[in-house]
Design a protein around this ligand. Structure first.
Ligand code: ADP
Ligand code: MG
Length: 330
């Protein structure tokens, strides 16, 4: 059963009257337990949207509804923010001189000391930071601090976790673990997670649903697979998948006909073939990517990129046939 927990309704927030900034007439809904990723380039309105959802910013018009009730703005309550939501930002807002345990436990009331301790320890276990219990925040790495910040946010019966650029300070190995842990936690604890990022790999891996934001506008709202395979805007293909973008003339040079101004395709949509054909591409560059290569190919002065799964199979200056199996038109 899909139970709606948050509804954003025609939300509008503009910082300055003269220029477009903030978010513009955005509507979407989030179900309980969902992981939603909001992806957009820097300045697209991600943080603005998150702050409006949490009640840190007052929208100019429209509203955010949490469990059927309008989220109050900062001018309507003593402590801005929503009691059942928690927001973790890049600065983590931890007490850096206090121990890990105390940072997390401080979120709970002293009315039941035994329960407070049990909950704190359990949350540390959930986030794999039990061994850091007595360390000071200043003694932790960025990735460890991130985990403490999330434990702190979740310990007090939080229903919705709002994460603003959560992986920006974490190296890629830790990033993978943290992503997997957030996904596991959300499913285990039934928490709803909304994360915003300019890095699409954060969202694609993690999310049940992707929202694409550009200049304050919501462009697309669908499953990661659907958004990736069927982006409705060139912008989306570009930020999600390192897409190859060609204008109509370039496309024609490769024998691809379109009525639109531009076409786009992902490197993995290009099939490489060994069969001889007069319409061959020259391999201009081979980029080693670990278990595959990315090839920079050129024909009739037009360059494209393709994946080569058998790393090393084709070398620089080789001539190969490449078939662009599918492309998108914009
Ligand atoms: P993102 O988080 O996607 O990088 P933001 O929501 O921070 O984007 O910002 C969206 C737009 O609003 C940007 O153009 C930004 O410059 C502008 N903006 C954000 N905060 C303020 C502010 N306090 N005053 C004026 N303009 C702002
Ligand atoms: Mg931001």
């Amino acid at each position: 059963m899909n139970e709606e927990i948050i509804a954003v309704k025609q939300l509008h927030k503009q910082y300055q009257e003269s220029q477009a900034s903030g978010v513009n007439n955005i509507s979407f809904a989030i179900n309980k337990g969902e992981i939603v990723a909001i992806i957009g380039e820097s300045g697209s309105g991600k943080s603005t949207l998150l702050k409006c959802m949490y009640g840190l910013l007052k929208p100019d018009s429209g509203e955010v509804v949490f469990n059927g009730k309008r989220v109050k703005g900062p001018d309507e309550q003593l402590i801005p923010g929503h009691a059942e939501m928690k927001m973790v930002t890049q600065d983590f807002s931890l007490n850096i001189y206090a121990k890990v345990y105390d940072n997390i436990a401080a979120m709970l009331p002293n009315t039941n000391v035994a329960a407070k301790e049990a909950k704190t320890l359990q949350m540390m276990e959930h986030l794999h930071i039990s061994h850091l219990k007595n360390k000071k925040i200043t003694e932790l790495s960025g990735g460890e601090q991130q985990r403490v910040a999330i434990a702190k946010a979740l310990v007090s019966d939080t229903q919705v976790l709002l994460l603003d650029e959560p992986f920006s300070q974490v190296d890629s190995l830790l990033k993978n673990q943290l992503r997997a842990d957030i996904k596991r936690l959300a499913k285990e604890m039934g928490i709803t997670v909304v994360l915003v990022s300019h890095d699409p790999t954060d969202g694609l891996f993690l999310a049940d649903r992707l929202l694409i934001l550009r200049q304050g506008e919501l462009l697309q709202n669908d499953s990661p697979e659907q958004v990736y395979q069927h982006p409705t805007a060139l912008y989306t293909a570009r930020i999600l998948g390192n897409a190859v973008i060609l204008n109509r003339e370039e496309a024609l040079q490769l024998g691809l006909k379109t009525d639109k101004a531009q076409i786009a395709f992902y490197p993995e949509w290009v099939e490489l073939k060994n069969t001889w054909n007069s319409r061959r591409f020259e391999v201009k560059e081979v980029y080693y990517k670990g278990f595959f290569d990315e090839l920079l190919l050129e024909r009739n002065g037009v360059q494209i990129r393709a994946l080569q799964l058998n790393s090393g199979e084709h070398q620089k200056n080789d001539h190969i046939q490449a078939n662009i199996g599918r492309f998108l038109e914009f």
